[in-house]
Design a protein around this ligand. Structure first.
Ligand code: DON
Length: 591
C-alpha cells in the first residue's frame, strides 16, 4: 500500500534537493548568536540584523521576509504561520525582548474569507472537485504573515520593521544568484505554470532560469517597501484593494472586508514536560503541540535509551505506538480554538497517558482499527472525527546574544501555494483552505478522516500541524526545534527531541537521522528511503505495514521535513546548529 495516493508537491521538491544523510555533516558552532533556515540568503539576512544589534525577533522577522523573496515555494507574505518567542531567562538583559519576560506565541494562520462555506469544494453531487482547494483563486485564505511579522516586530523587536526588512527588499531589488536545484524545480512546476503572472515571474514565461542566473523581483521589492513603510496597507489600504481586486478578478473570495477583519493573535503557548525538560510548543489552531505533549507523556513511562539505540526497532515501535494514540485524539477532537472546545487538559493528563501505556503491546503493533481509547478521561468526541493537512512550508530558528530564542514555521501550504500571483504585487497567494475539511467524513490526500471541528466556516482558521517548539531545562534554553512536512511535522520534531534527550545524538545527527512516521490512519508506518532496511524488516515482523521507497526509485524522493535546529550547550552556553542535510541550499550560521 502506498502512503500517499499521489506524490504531494513538497515531496517532489525534495526530489531535487535530497541526498543521503551525510555522516560527516558537521555541527555549526557559534559563541553568541545562531540562525538556521532553508536558504543561505535568508540565514545571512538574519545574521546581518543580529550584527546590527537586533534581537532574536528582529532577526526572525528579517528571515521571514527574506524567505518570502528567496524561497517562493513556502517563504511568503501571502500565507501564514506561527512564531514562538522565548525571552532569555538566564540573566536580565539591559533591553529585555518581552517586558514580562514570558514566552509568547503569535498565531498568524490564514482565515477563511467571509464568503467561504463548508461545502465550497463540492460539486452538485457532493463530490470533492479535485484541485479546487489547492490550486487557483478559490484556494486562498486571508493571509496572516504580514500581520504576524509586523506584530512580532512591534511588540518584541528592537530595530523596527523598516530596518529589519532591508535585507529582503535588497534581495528582491538587486536579486540573488540561483542554484541548479532551485531552477530545475521552479522551471517544471505545474502550479506556477497555471497562472500567467506566476509563470512570467518564476518561470520567465517558459524560458526557465538556469543555475547561476540572478533572479530580480522588482514588483515584490516595491510591495515590500510599501509594507515596510506601513504594514496596515496590506490589510486596510491601497494594497488591500489591489489584493481583493486581483483575487476577485480570478473568481477568488477574498474581499477588502476580509482583509480589514484579519488579525494576528497572541495565544498562550502550551507547556509540556519530558525527563526534566520543559517543552514550549504550539497551541491550537496548531494540533502539533498537544499531539507532541500527549505522545511525550506516554513516552515518559519508558526508558527509551535502555530499549535500544536511536532508530532501533524497539524504540521505533514504542514511539510509533505513542504517536498512533495521540494522532487518534487529534483526528477526533481538534479544530480552530475560536470556534471549538479543544480538550487540551484532558489530552495532556499524565493519568490518561498512563492508561494509554497499558494498551501498548511491548513487542507488536496495535492495529489502528482495534485501538480503543481508555474510558473515563476524554469527553465524547464530536460526532464525526476531524482533521486534514498537506504540504510545503518552511521553518527557521534564531538565538540572539542574550539567549532569546525564536522558532517560526510558516507556509503557503502546498509548494508555491495556490500558484496565484496578483499582478503588480509579485507574491504568491496561499492554498491554506485545503487544510480545512472539504467533505465531512471523507479521507483527504493523506488518508486522514475529516470532520466537523475543522469544517470550513467564515473567519475560521484551518487546523495546522506546524509546531515551532523551544525546549529548556532548569530555566536555561536548550533546543529550538521545528520542521515543515504537513502531518509529519510532529513526528519529525518529537524525534529530533528524543534523539538528543534520550539518545545523546548531536544536533546535526538529530536533524539528519532517517525519519519514521505514523499518524493512526492510514495504519501505515512510513519510513524514509534511508531508514535502515534491517530495522524496517524487524518492524514488519512486529506487525507494521511499512511504506518505504526503494533506493532506486528516482521519481519519489522518499523523504520529508526540514529540521532547522539550534542547541545551546548546557555548560558553556555555546550554540550549535543542525541545518537539515536534505536541503542543499540552506545554511546555519552564527558568530
Ligand atoms: O499548517 C499545516 O499543517 C500545513 N499547511 C503545513 C504544510 C506543510 O508543512 C508542508 N510541508 N512540506
Amino acid at each position: 500500500m502506498r502512503f500517499w495516493p499521489a506524490l504531494p508537491p513538497c515531496f517532489c521538491l525534495l526530489a531535487t534537493t535530497i541526498f543521503a544523510q551525510n555522516p560527516d555533516a558537521k555541527v555549526v558552532r557559534a559563541a553568541h548568536v545562531m540562525v538556521t533556515s532553508v536558504h543561505h540568503e535568508a540565514t545571512d539576512a538574519g545574521v546581518e540584523i543580529l550584527r546590527q544589534g537586533g534581537n532574536a525577533v528582529d532577526a526572525a522577522v528579517a528571515v521571514g521576509f527574506a524567505l518570502a523573496v528567496v524561497y517562493p515555494q513556502a517563504g511568503n507574505i501571502g500565507g501564514g504561520g506561527f512564531m514562538m518567542i522565548r525571552p532569555t531567562t538566564d540573566h536580565h538583559p539591559q533591553k529585555p525582548m518581552a517586558k514580562d519576560g514570558k514566552p509568547h506565541f503569535i498565531d498568524f494562520r490564514e482565515k477563511a474569507p467571509a464568503a467561504a462555506t463548508a461545502d465550497m469544494y463540492l460539486d452538485k453531487n457532493r463530490n470533492i472537485v479535485k484541485g479546487m482547494s489547492t490550486v487557483g483563486y478559490k484556494a486562498s485564505g486571508v493571509p496572516g504573515t504580514v500581520a504576524g511579522l509586523a506584530l512580532a516586530e512591534r511588540k518584541y523587536g528592537r530595530l523596527g520593521l523598516k530596518a529589519v526588512m532591508q535585507p529582503a527588499i535588497r534581495l528582491a531589488r538587486e536579486g540573488y544568484v540561483l542554484t541548479d536545484a532551485e531552477c530545475s524545480y521552479w522551471g517544471r512546476n505545474k502550479t506556477l505554470a497555471s497562472n500567467a503572472e506566476s509563470r512570467r515571474i518564476f518561470q520567465r514565461n517558459g524560458h526557465p532560469y538556469q543555475g547561476g542566473d540572478r533572479f530580480i523581483q522588482p514588483e515584490l521589492a516595491k510591495t515590500l517597501e510599501r509594507i515596510a513603510a506601513d504594514p496596515s496597507d496590506f490589510y486596510k489600504g491601497k494594497m488591500a484593494a489591489q489584493i481583493a481586486k486581483g483575487m476577485q478578478a480570478g473568481g477568488g473570495l477574498i474581499t477588502t472586508t476580509d482583509l480589514a477583519a484579519y488579525e494576528a493573535k497572541e495565544r498562550t503557548p502550551l507547556v509540556g514536560h519530558y525527563r526534566g525538560y520543559e517543552v514550549l510548543t504550539a497551541p491550537p489552531p496548531s494540533s502539533g503541540g498537544i499531539v507532541m505533549i500527549e505522545a511525550l507523556n506516554i513516552l515518559s513511562g519508558y526508558d527509551l535509551a535502555k530499549l535500544g539505540k536511536d532508530r532501533s526497532a524497539a524504540q521505533v515501535h514504542i514511539i510509533t505506538e505513542a504517536f498512533r494514540r495521540a494522532y487518534m485524539d487529534r483526528n477526533d477532537y481538534l479544530g480552530d480554538p475560536d470556534f471549538n472546545h479543544n480538550p487540551l487538559k484532558e489530552m495532556a493528563n499524565p493519568a490518561y497517558a498512563a492508561a494509554w501505556r497499558k494498551s501498548i503491546d511491548p513487542v507488536n503493533a496495535t492495529p489502528s482499527a482495534k485501538l480503543v481509547r481508555p474510558a473515563g478521561f476524554m469527553p465524547p468526541p464530536p460526532k464525526i472525527p476531524s482533521a486534514p493537512e498537506s504540504q510545503q512550508t518552511t521553518h527557521f530558528s534564531v538565538v540572539d546574544a542574550d539567549g532569546n530564542a525564536v522558532s517560526t514555521t510558516y507556509t503557503l501550504n502546498f509548494t508555491f501555494g495556490s500558484g496565484i500571483t496578483i499582478p503588480g504585487l509579485g507574491f504568491l497567494m496561499n492554498d491554506e483552505m485545503d487544510d480545512f475539511t472539504s467533505k465531512i467524513g471523507a479521507p483527504n490526500g493523506f488518508g486522514l478522516i475529516q470532520g466537523p471541528a475543522n469544517a470550513i466556516g467564515p473567519g475560521h482558521r484551518p487546523l495546522s500541524c506546524m509546531s515551532p517548539t523551544i525546549v529548556s531545562k532548569d530555566g536555561h534554553l536548550r533546543l529550538v526545534l521545528g520542521s515543515p512536512g504537513g502531518s509529519t511535522i510532529m513526528t519529525t520534531v518529537l524525534n529530533n527531541l528524543i534523539s538528543v534527550v534520550d539518545n545523546g545524538l548531536n544536533i546535526q545527527q538529530s536533524a539528519d537521522a532517517p525519519r519514521f512516521h505514523h499518524q493512526y490512519l492510514p495504519d501505515v508506518l512510513q519510513l524514509e528511503k534511508t531508514f535502515p532496511r534491517d530495522v524496517a524488516e524487524q518492524l514488519r515482523k512486529r506487525g507494521y505495514t511499512i511504506s518505504q521507497q526503494t533506493e532506486f526509485d528516482e521519481k519519489s524522493p522518499g523523504t520529508w521535513g526540514d529540521s532547522e535546529l539550534i542547541e545551546m550547550d548546557a555548560k558553556t552556553g555555546e550554540l550549535m546548529s543542525g541545518h537539515d542535510s536534505r536541503r542543499t541550499y540552506g545554511k546555519a550560521a552564527g558568530y
